[in-house]
Design a protein around this ligand. Structure first.
Ligand code: G3P
Ligand code: CA
Length: 323
């Protein structure tokens, strides 16, 4: 038996064949990982522990393309709400992506736009209302009547749900005027004991420098809508774990995926919603795909493995996969 643990993912192999996987490995407070047995007795007389060579965000093997639910499962539920998160989780997404802004009283809340108008029944800039006032808005009716009453979560509420029900967070800082704003976000992540399951991404390199200064233990991803001349150099300068270009941007030079892998980084692409483009970026070798259609991407990955005897992913865990 072989158990491979990378970042938040553990995969079990028996005689070389994958039999179990989980994105919620149970760890002791010191970070130890146990071999637990339910309903039986086993003994292990030859246990060897070796350090994995590649980055926590690089694919373990060809099948382990990470599914990242953009703003939650935002093709099926109102973006950046708890219901979108739950649907994303049940759709097999390992990560939920969000967008973080600040209320008037400085509370980090989930909102993509600078204003409340598109996705709530409120109006005006997010920062004109207190967190309590934002919490009363209807963030679901704009999407469909069935979602009436969905609320705008605070970052703390989102993290508490992920901690207790499973999943990791790709946290996008949409605004930060100073390092104090970033410190507020980090304080929430730490208070929720989620530093081990959060990756911070931003289009603004300054946000990432501030995160690195305050919380070097939190991995970082740089969002790009055009490739840098030298993505590896930029990644090293910023201390990134992940380079995150748009799929279209990556098409200009797919070879940068190999360069970034060689430098120890992972590569995710945004925001990709068709099987034709999932296939294209999968062939480029990306490690994960940010999508509005998490369930369909999970199905596409699993379906691809069906004919090869390779097991697919499942949310939560551990879960036995296939006969
Ligand atoms: O995760 C990347 C993607 O979310 C960046 O664009 O505008 O959807 O935040 P946007
Ligand atoms: Ca985003």
């Amino acid at each position: 038996m072989r158990v491979e643990v990378r970042g938040r993912q553990a995969v079990w192999f028996l005689d070389g064949r994958q039999v179990l996987m989980t994105t919620l490995p149970e760890r002791s407070v010191e970070g130890g990982l146990a071999l637990a047995v339910g309903g039986g007795t086993v003994s292990f007389d030859d246990v060897r522990v070796t350090r994995a060579s590649s980055s926590a965000f690089q694919r373990v093997d060809a099948e382990r393309l990470a599914v990242v639910a953009h703003r939650g499962a935002s093709s099926l539920a109102p973006e950046n709400t708890m219901v979108a998160q739950e649907v994303g989780r049940r759709s097999g997404a390992e990560f939920i992506e969000n967008d973080v802004r600040f209320s008037r009283d400085g509370v980090p809340v989930l909102m993509h736009d600078a204003t409340l108008d598109r996705t709530t029944d409120g109006t005006g800039k997010v920062g004109t209302l207190s967190a309590a006032q934002i919490g009363l808005l209807d963030a679901g009716s704009w999407f469909a009547p069935a979602f009436a009453g969905a609320r705008v979560p605070t970052l703390a509420e989102q993290l508490a749900d992920l901690r207790t029900r499973g999943g990791s967070l790709l946290l996008e800082t949409k605004e930060a005027d100073s390092i104090e704003d970033i410190a507020t976000v980090i304080d929430v992540v730490r208070a929720e004991k989620m530093t081990g399951r959060v990756l911070v991404q931003s289009f603004d390199p300054q946000h990432l420098r501030w995160v690195r200064a305050l919380a070097p233990e939190i991995p970082l991803g740089l969002l790009r809508d055009k490739l840098d001349a030298d993505p590896v150099a930029v990644s090293k300068e910023l201390g990134l774990a992940m380079y995150i270009p748009s799929g279209v941007a990556l098409e200009a030079r797919p070879g940068v995926v190999g360069d970034l892998h060689e430098a120890g980084l992972g590569v995710w692409v945004w925001t990709v919603d068709t099987a034709e483009r999932w296939d294209r970026y999968d062939r480029y070798g990306v490690d994960g795909i940010i999508t509005n259609r998490a369930g369909e991407l999970t199905g596409w990955i699993n379906g691809r493995g069906a004919g090869t005897g390779v097991s697919g992913t499942a949310p939560g865990g551990p879960v036995a996969l296939g006969p």
